[in-house]
Design a protein around this ligand. Structure first.
Ligand code: FMN
Length: 323
């Protein structure tokens, strides 16, 4: 059975990618993922705030002058030393034989481009840009947010030659249009979707607290729908992220036109041993259906005719209401 796939112009031995997270925040985690059979890994993100705080630290001789960003990142356990990140990328790239995708989390045009360049130099196979511009003021329109996002992709494309994936959230009203702009800006692939950090409130001490950091399996539905809608409209490779838990989900992603699926919460819950199980189940399913490679069934259920799709979706909605 040939499980190989293409994602971000890279050849992966299989379509399981371990997502950017604490699981891929150190070399041991990355090795464990690869030993379990992952086809690629996305390293824990270097956050723009890490870079900003690091730059300030060195500028001011260890005096913190970005206190808010730093306190926030420390609270999330996310603070990384940017230069350590580069060593980490280099070590990973040199020690595993599947693609190593570095990750940059950015929300402005400052700080990170220099690091994108340095990440390329230390041997990453690709970069996933985790882009999360958000509107916190009334004067910022949806178009402004999309323009910011697209200009960050353009900037990254200008800065590095590496394959670029763009990982975005799902709260966009006209995703096909935005995806086309992302492609024209120079991206090679999409990761649909990022799952933003969840915020909750403790009503006893009247403080913010962290919401559930792991996804529920039910969150997979919108991911599948959007991959089905987008995949036929774009040449970008697509990986799924959020709520992918098992081989059935992975098979559905490929049927809908995706190239790979990223696994995260299920690995936190059940460990890396999930990966060989998914690969085994995928092979067994392919054998049963007499498919010998992923391209035999990729896109069989993508939505080729978008008018038919709109009609179909409307029909299901009306049926669900009546039912
Ligand atoms: C503890 C934790 C840390 C994460 N850190 C990052 C990160 O640094 N960069 C990123 O792009 N996504 C990060 N994510 C999001 C995951 O990559 C993934 O997109 C999200 O968890 C949805 O996938 P899942 O349903 O399989 O968990 C993190 C997720 C978790 C649970």
């Amino acid at each position: 059975m040939d499980l190989s796939t293409r994602f971000m112009k890279l050849s992966l031995p299989n379509p399981i990618i371990v997502s950017s997270s604490g699981l891929t925040a150190d070399i041991d985690g990355v090795r464990k993922a690869v030993d379990a059979g992952a086809g690629a890994v996305v390293l824990k993100s270097l956050f723009e705030e890490d870079i900003a705080a690091g730059v300030e630290r060195s500028r001011q001789n260890a005096v913190v002058s970005h206190p808010e960003a730093e306190a926030y990142m420390e609270q999330l356990g996310m603070l990384l030393e940017p230069d350590e990140y580069l060593t980490f990328v280099e070590d990973c790239a040199g020690s595993v034989d599947v693609p190593v995708i570095a990750s940059l989390n950015c929300h402005s045009e400052k700080w990170w481009t220099d690091y994108a360049e340095r990440i390329e130099k230390v041997g990453a196979d690709a970069i996933e840009l985790n882009l999360s511009p958000i509107a916190l003021e009334q004067k910022i329109s949806a178009a402004d947010i999309e323009n910011t996002l697209v200009s960050m992709v353009k900037l990254a494309r200008k800065t590095v030659k590496l394959p670029l994936a763009v990982k975005i959230g799902q709260n966009y009203s006209a995703l096909p249009h935005l995806v086309d702009r992302i492609r024209k800006a120079g991206a090679d692939s999409l990761t649909l979707f990022n799952r933003y950090y969840k915020v909750d409130i403790n009503i006893e001490n009247i403080q913010f607290k962290s919401g559930n950091s792991l996804s529920a399996h039910e969150e997979f539905g919108p991911v599948l729908r959007w991959i089905g809608i987008i995949s036929d409209l774009t040449e970008l490779d697509i990986s799924a992220s959020t709520g992918v838990y098992n081989a059935s989900d992975l098979i559905k992603v490929i049927l809908a036109g995706g190239n790979a699926a990223q696994f995260c919460s299920v690995l936190y819950r059940d460990g890396m041993e999930v990966i060989p199980g998914v690969l085994e189940d995928l092979s067994a399913w392919m054998e049963k259906h007499e498919y010998s490679e992923l391209s035999d069934f990729r896109s069989l259920l993508s939505l080729e005719d978008d008018k038919r799709n709109a009609f179909f979706q409307r029909l299901q909605y009306v049926k669900a209401l009546k039912g």
